[in-house]
Design a protein around this ligand. Sequence first.
Ligand SMILES: Nc1ncnc2c1ncn2[C@@H]1O[C@H](COP(=O)(O)OP(=O)(O)O)[C@@H](O)[C@H]1O
Ligand SMILES: [Mg+2]
Length: 367
Amino acid sequence: MSDLTKSEILNILKKVEDSIFNKNLLTLNSIKDFKINNEILDLTISIPVSSNQINDNIKNKISDALKKDLKSIEIVNLQIQEKVTAHNDQEKDTLLPGVKNTIAVASGKGGVGKSTVAVNLAVALAKAGASVGLIDADIYGPSIPLMLGIKEKPKVYQDKSTMKIIPLENYGIKVISIGLLIDDNAPVIWRGPMASGAIKQFMTDVEWGELDYLIFDMPPGTGDIQLTLVQTVPLTGAIIVTTPQEVSLIDARKALKMFTRVNVPVLGVVENMSYFIAPDTGKKYDIFGIGGGKNLSKELKISFLGGIPIDPRIRIGGDKGIPIVYDIPDSEYEKAILEISKNLANEVEIRNTNPESKVEILLDDDE
Ligand SMILES: Nc1ncnc2c1ncn2[C@@H]1O[C@H](COP(=O)(O)OP(=O)(O)O)[C@@H](O)[C@H]1O
Ligand SMILES: [Mg+2]
């Protein structure tokens, strides 16, 4: 028994039926340490921050499986570490030394719920135990302060020769918004260099501290400004938000093409406004059609991170500055967002632990 190997343990773990970890994510690297002392197995495994509670029930399942397969083991001392791995990137480490991962939330067009998804994902990841920052980079429609109920301006302090901005905080996430730099009613006449200058400042001059995820709410679309911004931020990956109907999907394809051109991996597609459940009858309506996001991800060979229903409470929460994930626990919507945040964390982990898995996405150029 003393020559038990990590891969034998891994094989047993992979058989455990549970949703705490995506089995594709368990690698030899997940098994941090193990030691056998007569009938006692001490085992430490590491998984990315998950939105599921790792409770005794889950731990018992794992222990039972190990005891069943490893005949001589009667006691398992199991430690599960939840840890987010860092994207290994020199430019990111220079600009954002304390930040492990940078994620762009993008969409081909506006109004599909990009900011809503960015805010709720950030809050969901923070609820799961991750440290999260959010940069509102949408110069055309900065809406994050409203959605998070943030009204004050960030404080600035002078640190020797440099100026540092302290991010605002609400619902457990750190936030900075381009909306705080520009006058509410001023039309945006910024060109690419100015916008990218502001974003750069948000990365270098803001006191982010240590973060597992820094999320960027990008401006919608795939024009020059978007391209400049995407190139300004050293990104771990992007997620694309779409609604199910074809007009939105066409633009989502363009967004994917933009990221692929600049070698940013697309971590997956989120379908917003997937369906509506009538509160009086419980009947499900597919207002914008069915399966659009799923089919798109199949077509483009990227992950489908999940779908979010239409719910008036989402809009109301956005307007009131109380993210629905925070406000209405156990709702269909919260479940959907938690699932998406877990899938996103998994995708990030997969990219970070197998850098070669940065899939090349093939797209026709004449679309
Ligand atoms: N799933 C949803 N159900 C109901 N309203 C939604 C949903 N997603 C977004 N909204 C609302 O739709 C509007 C546009 O969403 P927003 O996140 O601002 O889009 P974008 O950032 O893509 O322009 C907002 O008023 C928002 O509250
Ligand atoms: Mg927006």
